[in-house]
Write a protein that binds this ligand. Structure first.
Ligand SMILES: *[C@@H]1O[C@H](CO)[C@@H](O)[C@H](O)[C@H]1NC(C)=O
Ligand SMILES: *[C@@H]1O[C@H](CO)[C@@H](O)[C@H](O)[C@H]1NC(C)=O
Ligand SMILES: *[C@@H]1O[C@H](CO)[C@@H](O)[C@H](O)[C@H]1NC(C)=O
Ligand SMILES: *[C@@H]1O[C@H](CO)[C@@H](O)[C@H](O)[C@H]1NC(C)=O
Length: 521
């Protein structure tokens, strides 16, 4: 007999009912999204640090101590340490969660408990905390990392990302929040796994103060854990057709049940011998990876090195200063260049981040939430640096660039990515350039940072992945010689696992090539 049926039978016998109520705020696309870029996350970290600095200007109390302990506050962090902190998905999620969920409660308590000298400043800072959409997106970023890289939630919670053990762990409240948000997303298996991990953390010494101020979620954890397990088990065992039906059953059958029964079942569930069995079952099903995911894992066999050479031929300039070129693929033609973006240029392009807006992986469709890709900005003002980069693109490609062409600067954040897509306009992109300059013939992508883990560019059809290397660039054709779309150019960006990913992208359009490459039109 399927073991899930026995779990189910047990749960049914309890007849328990609970519906999670998580309210929705409206979705405002113009709002700051801290989680979708390291630039945004750094801003959020700064906000929290300002709050702390203003707070500790007051007399120190037990509550303040508990607060500082709960956020693992470290004084005088260097810019590098701060970047390292937000570049890790676990600490980034923790930061978003605690500022979203906890900070207003702490603030309220401080205001009530103490004579604060700078009340107004603290209130003002709290007004800028991440909203619930940002919080959800942070959780979706973690979910994306988990799924695309096929990580175990057990490992994630303990700070193991792929083969690397980080010193950062998800706290009890982080794990619980992941459970709630996965539950809300209808991913009951993930919710059960996160609740299970939450159940494993012993209450800490500072528990009393924390529970007093932030609320004691133990009962909610028990209820939600059982409920997530029930829905998953009910669908998995075939007892329900789908999640909705299973949820309806929960409502119907678990109508009136006492806390005593819940406690008892929870206790049984979390007994080591039962937990081991449960763990096995939770991780039983395995989903085969897509080609995109395989590319993200770095599973594609690297093509036997084609050629690596200095290219002297494209423009007269290259005869004097050849560029280091590596062929990635001959058909379709994809090449990589090394050392084609300099540190001084990278500094300037990062300075463009003030104008960041959200980039989305999908076209907006009604009220459906779009996956945020990254934060990006169009760098269009003319400058000597822009001209130098343009010239380098001309040297690399031998193609003609319109002087009006914009460059896109992008910075990625917590699990942000770009799902497989095409750059040519028949894929639905409507840019003003296309009507005057023609379709996007070539895409040029510069890597303006190294990425410690994840963040590859993947061509799933071609089974090619390219991992970012600072100062390198790749370019490829999106169209065939005759101007029609080349579907092999489908590409995607894997979520960053750990790191600070910056890219610079430019598209070379068709019409300006008229005199350069006459066979194209
Ligand atoms: C928009 O979403 C609806 C379902 O919510 C779907 O039927 C429709 O095809 C979508 N349209 C586009 C352009 O994706
Ligand atoms: C140099 O790059 C241009 C443009 O991609 C290409 O046509 C040419 O074949 C390359 N030269 C060598 C020697 O690889
Ligand atoms: C354009 O070229 C591609 C590749 O050579 C070919 O498959 C396609 O049929 C051509 N399309 C037209 C309209 O000529
Ligand atoms: C480059 O494109 C521009 C139009 O954007 C055109 O005026 C110019 O003649 C082209 N140059 C070459 C060398 O093809």
């Amino acid at each position: 007999m399927n073991r899930w049926l026995s779990v189910l039978a047990f749960l049914f016998s309890l007849g328990y009912f609970f519906v999670a109520a998580i309210e929705d705020e409206g979705y405002d696309e113009g709002k700051e999204r801290y989680s979708s870029s390291t630039v945004g996350l750094l801003k959020l970290l700064k906000l929290e640090q300002k709050f702390v600095e203003n707070l500790i200007a007051n007399e120190e109390s037990e509550t303040i101590k508990a607060y500082l302990f709960s956020i693992d506050y470290k004084k005088n962090q260097s810019p590098e340490e701060r970047l390292e902190y937000v570049s890790n998905p676990l600490s980034a999620f923790s930061l978003v969660r605690r500022t979203h969920e906890d900070l207003p409660k702490w603030n309220k308590q401080f205001q009530k408990e103490m004579e604060l000298t700078n009340k107004v400043v603290l209130d003002e800072l709290v007004a800028y905390i991440p909203d619930s959409q940002d919080f959800l997106e942070a959780a979706l970023g973690i979910q994306r990392i988990e799924r695309i890289y096929d990580l175990r939630i057990d490992d994630l919670a303990k700070g193991i990302l792929q083969d690397k053990q980080y010193s950062i762990r998800f706290t009890f409240r982080d794990r619980l929040a992941m459970g709630h948000l996965m539950f809300k997303q209808g991913d009951f298996l993930a919710a059960a796994k996160w609740y299970r991990m939450a159940s494993k953390l012993e209450p800490k010494e500072d528990n009393k103060i924390l529970n007093k101020i932030l609320g004691d979620p133990t009962d909610i954890l028990k209820l939600q854990y059982l409920k997530a397990l029930f829905v998953y088990a009910s669908v998995f065992s075939g007892d329900s057709q789908n999640n909705d039906e299973a949820l309806a059953k929960v409502e119907k059958k678990f109508a009136d049940i006492g806390n005593v029964d819940i406690d008892e079942f929870y206790l049984k569930l979390t007994k080591p011998e039962n937990d081991i069995e449960l763990e096995k079952q939770l991780y039983e099903t395995q989903r085969p990876s897509t080609d995109f995911e395989k590319g993200c894992h770095g599973e594609f066999q690297s093509k036997s090195r084609l050629t690596c050479s200095y290219n002297h031929t494209t423009t007269p300039f290259l005869r004097l200063a050849p560029l280091k070129m590596e062929e990635v693929s001959r058909n379709p033609y994809i090449v990589m260049y090394h050392d084609v973006l300099y540190d001084s240029e990278i500094e300037v392009l990062k300075g463009q981040s003030d104008g960041f807006s959200n980039g989305f992986a999908d076209e907006k469709n009604g009220s459906i939430i779009r996956d945020i890709v990254a934060r990006h900005v169009w760098w269009s003002e003319e400058s000597p640096i822009r001209e130098r980069i343009n010239q380098r693109i001309i040297d690399m490609t031998g193609l003609n660039i319109s002087i009006t062409e914009k460059i896109q600067v992008a910075n990625y954040g917590l699990g942000t990515y770009f799902k497989p897509h095409f750059d040519y306009t028949s894929d639905g992109f409507q840019t003003p350039e296309v009507s005057t300059l023609g379709d996007r013939l070539v895409s040029v992508l510069f890597y303006a940072s190294d990425v410690a883990q994840g963040g590859a560019t993947v061509f799933p059809e071609l089974k090619i992945s390219i991992f970012p290397r600072i100062g390198s660039a790749i370019w490829w054709y999106n169209l065939y010689n005759n101007g029609t779309s080349d579907t092999r150019s489908k590409h995607s960006v894997c979520p960053v696992i750990q790191g600070d990913r910056w890219t610079l992208t430019m598209w070379i359009h068709l019409f300006p090539q008229m005199f350069k490459a006459p066979c194209l039109i």
